[in-house]
Write a protein that binds this ligand. Structure first.
Ligand SMILES: Cc1cc2nc3c(=O)[nH]c(=O)nc-3n(C[C@H](O)[C@H](O)[C@H](O)COP(=O)(O)OP(=O)(O)OC[C@H]3O[C@@H](n4cnc5c(N)ncnc54)[C@H](O)[C@@H]3O)c2cc1C
Length: 406
């Protein structure tokens, strides 16, 4: 067994840590406080990250990107997550969606969209599944006729005409391209009625509704997407009509992807998002450790109180266990060794659980200082990890463990 990162991975980590701690973290503390979610969007950081090659890191070198391996993507996101969960989630979106340009699109679609993504420092891609009445139902198979996603795309000549509303879409309102999941059959079960489309942000009939005013991860914009007779060329259908269910593999597991040419199975779903969460949880622990070493009460640092030291030790053990799971899961997919597709969700569920425990404990260790974030961003960590709890986690793990294996 060899648990070392390569020299290149270590260099990437150093570069990202420097950017994250010196530029992302201070900017994020200020942006996070702005009351209007549209004012929290970190445009300068997005551009700087792009110049550093972080936005395009998941695109293979032969297609013009940095060609970072999966372990490297996870470690970049851990470092960015240690500076700001919301900003790191924007970059995470680039890693889950941009490989689809290479692996899932037809050659004509790829030639149209990949150069735009590569050349524009502000080009982001969003994934649009969730609707007001189809949340978990848009991810877990609920196959009653006509149930689940309702956004409808109707073929009219050389176009599709789209009607419906999506909500909570990450990078919604700022992305230049949307992977949109819509029905092409109003009455059928979703397993055979769902199709995938490319929708550029300037599509006629497509507009942004409200930006959701979340209590955490505020640098990540989440928005409503409104389609009112939106028209896209028929050539923007990805794959075939009715075959998009199950195509949302992380890093692109779509209908056209031939896994025999990649590492052999869809990447561990949920893993990269949870790598961000782990970074935030780690930063929270590190802040608490520092504070407890510095804060003097009763004539000595509070870390010398046994219960404080035990709390910190538990946090450390949980974080190291989670990091082992993260990098083992990332490596096992990449190396095609002992890979279990459930590992992404197992990791997410675990980090969700320890994240809220650690952030809550940390608030207590800061005493009164934990209740405001004027000097210490400790309550921001709590807001950020709570905002990551939505959906999936233990629900998904329970579903995966109970689901049929084929
Ligand atoms: C910050 C953020 C970012 C997001 N980004 C995106 C994005 O980029 N793209 C996108 O398409 N969506 C996105 N979403 C939406 C997200 O995927 C949904 O919130 C999630 O699927 C849950 O759906 P819901 O909110 O409608 O909750 P519901 O489905 O209403 O669930 C409510 C509760 O019921 C439980 N539940 C529901 N059904 C079941 C079941 N079958 N078995 C067991 N328990 C169940 C859930 O676990 C949950 O606890 C985002 C949401 C947030 C908050």
């Amino acid at each position: 067994m060899d648990f070392r990162f390569t020299e290149e991975q270590e260099m990437t980590r150093e570069m990202v840590r420097d950017f994250a701690q010196n530029e992302v973290k201070p900017a994020a503390i200020e942006l996070d406080r702005r009351p209007n979610p549209e004012d929290c969007i970190p445009w300068d950081l997005i551009k700087k990250a792009s110049k550093l090659g972080l936005r395009t890191a998941a695109i293979p070198e032969e297609w013009g990107g940095e060609g970072a391996d999966y372990v490297t993507l996870a470690l970049i996101l851990e470092e960015l997550g240690a500076a700001d969960h919301g900003f790191a989630s924007i970059i995470r979106g680039c890693y889950t969606e941009s490989p689809r340009l290479v692996h899932e699109l037809s050659p004509e679609q790829r030639d149209e969209f990949l150069p735009k993504f590569l050349q524009d420092d502000t080009y982001l891609i969003a994934l649009a599944r969730t609707e007001p009445d189809a949340g978990t139902d848009s991810h877990f198979l609920y196959d009653e006729p006509g149930a689940s996603i309702q956004t409808y795309a109707e073929r009219q000549g050389d176009e599709y005409v789209i009607n419906g509303t999506k909500h909570f879409i990450s990078s919604g309102g700022v992305a230049k391209l949307y992977f949109l999941y819509a029905r092409t059959d109003k009455k059928g079960p979703i397993s055979t009625s769902l199709s995938l489309f490319l929708v550029p942000s300037d599509t006629p009939g497509f507009s942004i509704g409200r930006f959701h005013n979340k209590f955490g991860r505020r640098l990540l914009p989440n928005a409503e997407l409104v389609f009112q007779n939106a028209r896209i060329p028929a050539r923007y259908l990805v794959g075939k009509e009715g075959e998009a269910w199950g195509s949302e593999g992380e890093g692109g597991g779509g209908p056209q992807r031939d896994w025999s040419k990649g590492p052999g199975a869809p990447p561990p779903f949920g893993l990269l998002g949870a790598a961000v969460n782990l970074g935030t949880v780690r930063a929270c622990y590190e802040e608490a450790l520092k504070y407890c070493r510095e804060r003097i009460q009763g004539g000595r640092p509070i870390i010398q109180q046994q219960h404080v030291a035990i709390d910190l030790a538990r946090m450390k053990v949980q974080i190291e266990a989670a990091r082992s799971l993260l990098y083992r899961a990332a490596w096992s997919w990449q190396a095609k060794q002992d890979y279990d597709p459930k590992m992404g969700m197992l990791f997410k569920a675990y980090v969700d659980e320890i994240g809220v425990q650690i952030a809550s404990k940390a608030i207590g260790l800061f005493g009164g200082m934990g209740t405001g974030d004027d000097d210490f961003p400790i309550s921001k960590y709590l807001r950020d990890v709570y905002t990551f709890l939505h959906g999936f986690s233990t629900t998904e793990v329970a579903y995966l463990i109970g689901a049929p294996t084929e």
